[in-house]
Structure formats: C-alpha cells, structure tokens
Design a protein around this ligand. Sequence first.
Ligand code: NAP
Length: 284
Amino acid sequence: MTTAKLIDGNALAKNIRAEVAQRTAALKQKGITPGLAVILVGEDPASQVYVKHKVNDSREAGLNSVLERYPATFDEGQLLARIRALNADPSIHGILVQLPLPKHMDANKVIETISPAKDVDGFHVASAGALLIGQPGFWPCTPYGCMKMLESIDYELRGKNAVVIGRSNIVGKPMALMLLQKNATVTICHSATRDLKAHTLQADLVVAAVGKRNVLTADMVKPGAVVIDVGMNRNDQGKLCGDVDFAGVSEVAGWITPVPGGVGPMTRAMLLVNTLQAAERTAR
Ligand code: NAP
C-alpha cells in the first residue's frame, strides 16, 4: 500500500524552466542576454554528461551558454587566468567550474577566483557566508531545489523537526542552513552519528544526502513525514537510485521525492534561476 504523495521534480523543474525562459525574454528586451560560462577540465564521463545538460538546459531557456573544455593536463594558473577574464566579461553573468577538478588543481583556490557576483553554483566562501548570516547571495543549486520542492507542497517549516543526513559543503550544510532560516529545528547527521534511526524517527522532514543506498528505510521514518532524497546511486541492476528505500518508505511517508525525477532535475533548474538572477541584478 502506497501512502506517500510524490513530489515530481521533473514537472516542477519544467515549470521553473518555463518561468526562466519568460523572464529571460523580458531581460533580452532590455538588451541583456543572460550569459553562463561552463568550464570543464578533463574527461570525467559523469562530468561530461552534467555539463552537456547544463548547457542544453540554459540554451533552451534562451540563455547564452558557453562551454569551455580543457584537457586534464591544463595548467592551474591558466585556468585561474581564464576565470579572471570571464569575471571581467560583461556578457557573462554566471561562471561554473564543473567539479571534480584534476588532482593537481586546488578546487578551493579555483572556486575562490570566481567573482562572488557570478558564483551561480553558490560554492564560493562569500556565497556560503551570505547564506550563513542570512544575506542575499547565490544558494547552492541542490539544496535550493529541495527548498523549492517543499515550497511546491506549501510545506510550513516553522517549528518542524528536520533531519539532514550528510554534511557536505554543497548539499548537507547549506540545506541545514536554509531549513534553519525557515525556522525548522534542524539536526545534521553524518558518518559519526550514533543511532541515526533515533534522530530520523523524530523528524517531520528528512533530507538524505549521503550517496549510499538504503540509508533511510521504512522503520526509520515517522508516519506522514516528508522525505527528500538527494542521493544518486546505482542499484544491483545498474539503475539510478537514491539513498532512500523508495518502495518501503513510500508506505510510511506523507510525501516523497523519486530518484530519478526528483532532486536531480531541480538542481539543474536552479542553476538557470541563479544565472538569470545574476543577469537581472546587472539590469538594476
Ligand atoms: P559527500 O560529500 O560524499 O557527503 C556525504 C555525507 O554523507 C558526508 O557528510 C558523510 O559524513 C555522510 N555519511 C556517509 N555515510 C553515512 C552514514 N552511514 N550515515 C550518515 N551519514 C553518512 O556527498 P555529497 O556531495 O553531499 O552528495 C551526497 C549524495 O547526493 C551523492 O549521492 C551525490 O551523488 C548526490 N547528489 C545529488 C545531486 C542531485 O542533483 N541530485 C547533487 C549533488 C549531490 P562525513 O561528513 O562524516 O563523512
């Protein structure tokens, strides 16, 4: 018996992309075409797929998206110089460096070279700091997409117990801060957490961002809870799956996001939103 309602990331992302396309058209009337530079260094197969999607999505929405590809042997100094040139280029409003970078490069140094005004991935320390203290800035696309999913079901976070499983800088930590900003009582769990189930059973909302299958099973979920599955894993058949035992948890949860078709498309959509916002700011 399935009880949980589905939060359809594909449908929601489609609406967001349509809205971005509309706002982009309006901005073009003012003579500004939002420009996104996507930088890929090396041949990582997953990264190649991701950047292709990002570039295609943005072009479909009417943005000017430029893909710059460099070999894995590319010099860090040259990459930094290229980023500085893009920082100074008025036709580019957002700069994204696809991670992971080759081992000889210092990813922090590379990200910190991006102008905070163009940091549409939201990974710069200035963006992280702005989120921490509640100032306007770019929010990392994945947790931002999760917030939009909660908004889409009119979920009132005030006073709710939220458990975030995972504490990475790009998902878990910013997710927790966004939920805190909306007045949830937030617990962050990680690999050293003792008795994860004791925490999740208290949760009105669970966000799983771990990267391991079946981190969250039906016995760990409070009836009616909202469950957001950020994880991207492969099952025994090689099919994409999340961190959540979807079939089992669907029988207990009130709302659940699927994998695929959940957080993934939302992450992609929020990159367009951030880029558009970066361009709109220059129009003011
Ligand atoms: P990450 O940097 O590897 O972080 C994983 C987190 O999970 C860490 O904080 C780790 O704890 C914690 N963890 C590991 N084992 C655990 C356990 N047994 N119980 C509780 N916590 C545990 O990964 P990430 O970049 O945040 O990504 C997480 C997942 O989301 C991955 O599957 C990734 O592919 C996926 N993802 C999806 C999207 C999307 O668009 N759908 C976007 C980004 C990421 P420690 O800190 O103690 O090591």
